[in-house]
Each structure stands twice: as structure tokens, then as C-alpha cells.
Design a protein around this ligand. Sequence first.
Ligand code: ZN
Length: 97
Amino acid sequence: MPNHYAASLLRNLRNRILIDAVIVDMLRMDIRPDETQLRFRCPLCGHFHTATNSKTNLARCFDCEKNFNPIDLVIAVTHCSFVDAVERLKKRSHWMG
Ligand SMILES: [Zn+2]
């Protein structure tokens, strides 16, 4: 079933809700805060060989060789649908940088 969200809304959720805030404050993922990089437990492989990129607003797992934008990450961690992930992120729009 196609979704009817405006492309601009989806772009804003992907690009402007900071990936670090999604990891730490929204999803409360396991992290290793003592590193210079924000390393989070990859929802796919469970390892911490990960990093976030503030320029691209993506979270990457180097073992899985996979990038997660905020929508991807909410789906991977909570196993929710695309629509649910968008609705959850919309509630955090006040975080947009
Ligand atoms: Zn992984």
C-alpha cells in the first residue's frame, strides 16, 4: 500500500531529526559513550562497530555495511511499519536542527 506522505516531510524526518538524538533519546539504544564516536549496538548484528555521520545524518554499521537514516533505524530497532516509524518521528519534529 503506497504511503501519501509528502516528499518534503519524509526528507525533513530523514535529514533534520538528528540521528544521534534518535539513537540516544528516542530509541534508547545501547551505546558506548566513552568513545569519541557515538557507537551504538547495531540492530542487525548486535556489534558496536558502528558510527554516526552528522553530515549525512546516517548511522552506519561497518560489519553489516549498512547505513540507517532515522526512519530505517526506527524500523530496524522496533520492527514497526514504515507508517508507524514516520508517525513516531513526526512527534519529534521539535528536535529538527
Ligand atoms: Zn551490524
